[in-house]
Structures are given as C-alpha cells and as structure tokens.
Design a protein around this ligand. Sequence first.
Ligand code: 5GP
Length: 214
Amino acid sequence: MNTNEQGKGILIVLSGFSGAGKGTLVRKLLDTYEEYTLSVSMTTRSPREGEVGGVHYFFTDRAHFEEQIAGNGLVEYAEYCGNYYGTPRAYVEEQLAAGRHVILEIEIQGALQIKKLFPESLLLFVTPPSAAELARRLKGRGTETDEVIAKRLARAGEEAEGIEAYDYIVINDDLDVCVEELHRIVQAAAAAPVRRETFINQIREELKGFAKGE
Ligand code: 5GP
C-alpha cells in the first residue's frame, strides 16, 4: 500500500461545482488504486432515483441529523440548497489510522472546516473546462428540475469565489487524464514534510546518534 511515512492516510477533500464530474472521477480513482476510500456522508435530502442508502449517502431526517451534530458525531457539516450534509466521524478516523487515503466529496463550507481542524488535509477542487460545459453537463444529467439546475449554477458562482482556499485545482476535461493527475498530486503531497513527521523524527534521532559517535 502506498501511503505516507506516518502510516497514516491523507484526508483528501474533493470539491467542485455540481456537475463537474466528481462522482465519476472518484469511482474511477477507487477502482484504479486500492489505497483510497470514500467517506459516505449523511444528508437530509431525498434520495435521487438509483441512489441507495448507506452507499451513496446515509439518508436521514433533520432531527436525527441535529442529534449527530450535538453528539459530535460529524467531523464537519453544512447546509447546501436547503438540506444538511455532513461527514460521519468514526469511519474517517478509523480509515486514516489504518493508512488509507480518505476522500470527502464535500462542498466548500465543509472543506474550510476540515482545513481548520486538519491542517495537513489536502484540498482539491475539480472543475469542468468552462462555465458553458458545466451548464451542459447539469442539463444533460436529466435528474434535476430547471429550478434546481438554476440554483446549482448560482451556487457554483458563489463557490468560484472560494477556489483560492484549495491546495490544487484539477480540470476535468478527459476523465482518465484527470484521474492520473489527481493521483500524482496525492503522491506528491504525501512527500511533504507536514505528512512525514515520523520519518523526520526518526532521522533526527539517528543523526544525534551519529553526532555522539554511536
Ligand atoms: P448532491 O445533493 O448533489 O449529492 O450534493 C450537493 C453538494 O453537497 C455537493 O457539492 C456535495 O459535494 C456536497 N456534500 C456531499 N456530502 C457532504 C458532506 O458530508 N459535507 C458537506 N459539507 N458537503 C457535502
């Protein structure tokens, strides 16, 4: 398994405009490389056709969601287009400790909370090559009403304001190219000193030994 030197996985936040192709991208990444895992979020939005509880989301009501917030059961949460979305804490902590890279497919308010709580997390923003392409993909999906599409395009405009907060922007034009680029970014990030604490401490100790002539 190709994880970082601490034996701990990287917490990867993947955001992007609704319609940027994040879902397909993540599926391909998970199918191609075994070191990644996806956190399943909790939401109060209704399931779309074909969505399965426990696979795509844990679907719940507002009262239960608010209990989770109060009980510190979520690492982050946000309200998006009138619904709550949040990341359950237990799975994220378990998987990181087991050395897997955990992907959170979340929007920008959640991303900023994660960066604050986990400064060593990696924030990636996925975008289509242009706004026109984004509108085309949203309409082509055929699962949303015109009103929802308009809301999501307006929200994309707001999210574009926050792009600077991310570590990397990934343009999703060709899926295969995009998956490889994402994986390369994660590999490079794993080598940053902030994620190699164990290695740094170990080599410092060894060097002290040499200095003493051991
Ligand atoms: P959708 O309703 O299209 O599945 O998701 C709407 C938005 O909510 C997307 O931008 C998605 O990334 C984001 N989202 C999904 N799960 C979470 C979560 O657990 N926390 C936050 N903050 N956003 C989420």
